[in-house]
Design a protein. Structure first.
Lengths: 253, 318
């Protein structure tokens, strides 16, 4: 019983520390110009470039816009903040604090998660105001927003493990992954229309499951069972978290 | 129980052996200096002792806690002041302190009280709500030290705490280190400032090329090289005296010019004083002052690390 209480206490202190890291990032990085550009404007223009003029229903287009907005905004904070903190040597503060590396990764991911949740409301509200969209499932929308945001925030933290002091280095690598993901995840091209060889790749993309789950809230029909989407997003989160933890440890040696 | 125990610590980066079987211990309440030239292994040692890096071989314990296996418990005992003033310049002094307190699990009530005390102690309270990007180098350094003390550490790592600071910041930081030591806090101090180590430290370790060259109190280290004694002599400024001439004085092994004085290194001070007087008499120059000096900690450092500071800059002698 005492051990359990001790573990619970330790868990709470780690969560508090993770929240402190997230708050610090919110105060420092949310209004940085390069984060606004890569987190909000980039997905918006990307969407406009590919979606405007296509004969797709708003109930198909809006979930896609929300999904890629989350992809770009959630994964944009850490690839900027962590290299800057390496350069300023403030990252050493986190690495030498009495908290686990998992907590550092979690705290960093939390800030990207909260940022993208806020940003995701922009296309969500725009969809209501500008297009005749209707939400038919609140639960898949909420779960989809939460899991997709956290998944891509953790992916951003994972890429930021690369030991560089230049945000541009990480952004370049990240875009090599993020841009192809858009085209193989059913955002612009329905999954059914992707060739069989490409369909294999779609299963490896977390955006596929995020987009599918958010689509369930608007169109009501999904490619996968929503529970599969949830399960896959959870698996991706765990993989990203553990790989990120491993890489931060390895690159600190 | 020791505050720090380093047992045969080794660290290899690829082909480079950064540390090789480093052994030392620091007793509780001690101020322990860690000296060494650039690249000697000081930073690697601190990174291992603070759990940022793991050793390739050997173990380190902080108050009995293994830093690799029991990292968090060991870190809870320590405060760390890194070499660079690593503060968040987009945050205020208060926000920096509160963030550090949260990382170190200091309760809200305690962190606000402690934060106020520390800002007052370091003369930053009036500027507590200002963003720190407008702070001077000394103010940033003082804030870094305050952040290192927010959790009431039993052990404080200070990496070059006073390097390149203004006089006011220097004095404040030195006073705080002394007061900390008086209250029983163990201080692990790395510094290039040998005089600072001489004045502040109970014991000093000199590390060179990844190995401990010597560990002892500053005074005992000086006694190990009694052969390095010196004489400071000042001549009348109007009298032209050249280093080459002084090197001809019997028993003088080396001459350094320090301001308006010459420092003559010797193993036989009385013989050299006679020689200087002879030289002054034959060359018709006036001696203003003569002082004999024992070996300094700097002499010990130079002797043990094989550094040659006679040339400009510092170079390693193989």
């Amino acid at each position: 019983m005492t051990d359990l209480a001790e573990h619970c206490g330790q868990f709470c202190t780690e969560l508090n520390a993770a929240w402190a890291i997230a708050k610090k990032d919110i105060l420092i990085y949310y209004l940085k110009p390069n984060i606004i550009v890569s987190g909000l404007l980039f997905p918006l223009f990307m969407f406009l470039a590919f979606a405007v003029g296509r004969p797709a229903a708003p109930s198909v287009m809006i979930p896609g816009l929300i999904a890629i907005t989350i992809l770009f905004s959630a994964s944009s904070i850490e690839p900027v903040s962590i290299p800057i903190e390496r350069r300023m040597k403030t990252f050493d503060r986190l690495l030498s604090a009495p908290i686990s590396l998992h907590t550092v990764v979690l705290g960093e991911s939390l800030s990207g998660f909260l940022y993208s949740l806020g940003i995701a409301f922009v296309p969500l509200i725009a969809g209501f105001i500008l297009f005749p969209t209707q939400i038919i499932g609140i639960a898949p929308l909420v779960v989809g927003l939460l899991l997709t945001s956290f998944c891509f925030a953790t992916m951003g933290t994972l890429f930021a493990a690369y030991p560089t002091e230049s945000p541009g280095d990480i952004m370049s690598m990240l875009n090599l992954v993020r841009l192809p993901l858009i085209f193989v995840s059913g955002v612009f091209i329905p999954l059914e229309q992707i060739p069989p060889i490409g369909q294999f790749v779609t299963f490896l993309s977390p955006l596929t499951y995020g987009n599918d789950l958010i689509s369930a809230a608007f169109a009501g029909n999904t490619h996968f069972n929503p529970l599969i989407d949830i399960l896959m997003l959870c698996i991706f989160i765990l993989i990203f978290q553990f790989v990120a933890n491993h890489l931060y440890k390895k690159f600190n040696e | 129980m020791y505050a720090i125990e380093a047992l045969s610590l080794s660290k290899r980066f690829g082909d480079i052996q950064a540390l090789s079987h480093v052994d030392f211990s620091v007793t509780e309440g001690e101020t322990f200096g860690f000296l060494g030239p650039n690249g000697a292994g000081k930073t690697t040692t601190i990174r291992i002792l603070t759990g940022i890096t793991t050793p390739t071989e050997g173990t380190a314990r902080i108050f009995g806690r293994d830093i690799v296996r029991d990292t968090i418990a060991a870190r809870r005992q320590m405060g760390i002041v890194h070499e660079t003033s690593n503060i968040y310049t987009d945050l205020s002094a208060w926000q920096n302190l509160m963030f550090t307190a949260e990382l170190y699990h200091v309760s809200r009530k305690d962190r606000e009280k402690r934060g106020t005390e520390l800002l007052e102690l370091f003369g930053l309270f009036e500027r507590r709500h200002d963003k720190t990007n407008g702070f001077s180098k000394g103010m940033k350094r003082r804030l870094t030290l305050a952040m290192g003390l927010i959790n009431h550490p039993r052990l404080l790592f200070l990496d070059e705490p006073t390097s390149g600071l203004d006089v006011q910041s220097n004095l404040i930081i030195r006073d705080v280190i002394r007061e900390l030591n008086e209250t029983g806090v163990t201080v692990f101090l790395t510094t290039h400032n040998i005089e600072e180590a001489n004045l502040a430290c109970d014991r000093v370790a000199i590390i060179n090329r990844g190995q401990i060259a010597a560990i002892d109190s500053p005074e005992r280290l000086k006694h190990t090289i009694q052969s390095v004694q010196s004489i400071d002599v000042a001549f009348d400024p109007v009298s032209p005296v050249r280093i080459e001439d002084l090197l001809q004085v019997p028993h003088v092994s080396e001459v350094r010019k320090n301001g308006d004085k010459f420092r003559l290194i010797t193993e036989d001070p009385p013989g050299v004083i006679d020689g200087i007087m002879d030289y002054a008499s034959t060359h018709h120059v006036r001696v203003i002052s003569v002082n004999t000096l024992g070996p300094s900690l700097e002499d010990v450092f130079i002797r043990l690390t094989g550094l040659d500071i006679r040339t400009k800059g510092v170079k390693t002698v193989d």
